[in-house]
Design a protein around this ligand. Sequence first.
Ligand code: AMP
Length: 443
Amino acid sequence: MPAFRAPRGLRDLLPPERQGLARLEELASKLAARYGYRPIETPLFEQAGVFERGIGEVTDVVEKELFLLQPREEDGERWALRPEPTAGIVRAYVQHGMQTWPQPVKVTMTGPMFRYDRPQAGRYREFWQFDVEAIGDPGPAVDAEIIELADRFYREAGLQNVVIQLNSIGDPVCRPAYVAELTAYYRAHAAELPPLERARLERNPLRILDSKDDALAALNAAAPKAIDRLCAACAAHFAGVRAHLHAVGVEYVLEPRLVRGLDYYTRTAFEVYPAGATGQQAAIGGGGRYDGLVELLGGRPTPGIGFGLGLDRVLLALEAAGAATNGELAPLAVIVGSAPDDTLTRLRLATELRSAGLASRAELGTRKLGKQLEAAARDGAHFAVIVGDELSGGNVQLRDLEAGTQRAVPVANLARELERASRTHRHGLAAAGGTAGAPDRET
Ligand code: AMP
């Protein structure tokens, strides 16, 4: 047993897995840019109040899952690691007067989030989200655009079969009456509620509706639906969202029990699952409208909508579907040589290839050529550049490690030859490794 281990529920992302995540991060940032979202970065931790007030005190995320940092007396400040990105981004929007920028402000962020959750498969205490937020547009067209963006992300990542669940949960005009009706409904069935849910009954009955507890399935299925109680403005907004989704060809299913885990949502709420999967750990993304949040965090009333997609779970879903998760893994070429001590030439050649934009690794040890070639093959490199006596005549041998063929190439043309050869090979995919660092199991 090693003396130290990563904290429970936190994983080391070893090279194959980190590269899979990097591929998704790159896809996310390019896709968001295609829709006009610009990158933003907020701190990994904030004043705890940003989350407590923004997300709501009667939520799992705040009640049970917030990672609070030990306060230092000199600061007198309570801090918490961010459990989700929206509250921090909205805090930044208010702090930096972004309501004076052209509206909506469309921003995107990808990074780790932290929740003190019970670790299990697909549920980690540190996990990565791809997030977009459009602040300052009341919708409904932007709601549909954001859902279409999420839908496209999964498809471009390689997940073809996802199900988008959609609901509207009303606004401060129609929700109070609905919540009162829901409270009365659950009160009448209080005996059927597990203790935690019973405690929530008076404080936040929407949380009961959101519960994935099987024992509540029948009760929740028969509960009054928000979608049947929308005021005229919310109903018109929801019809608008659906019309725009139809116009851009996004399919979805209506899910009346979907209320999302966080308090700040109004109107549009959506969640995404891999086809055939259900349950709390299966959601691969979710989002919604939060028209009250900017005001809650001290700004002027400003509408907003966004989503957070769970990249760890997208990787798991890709693996489950047998799809490739890794990007480029190996150097294109490894420079080896018959004079083991001549590290100088090998390093110089590799440096020249890198200057030409090609991925290469030089053998910088002094083992024999046979061992160097074995290591090159294990690296997953596609080519070996073999430096030998011919170097005095200006040539090296270029060996295709997969095809097993070899030919002399002038050093002066090496970069060009490699570049041409690399275009005809699907480089790197053959070397895909396993996954690393599954979380510890709860015992
Ligand atoms: P939420 O804001 O809870 O809806 O989270 C948005 C997305 O982040 C979810 O749909 C999941 O894909 C992902 N996610 C949330 N919590 C976790 C977690 N503990 N571990 C891994 N992924 C998570």
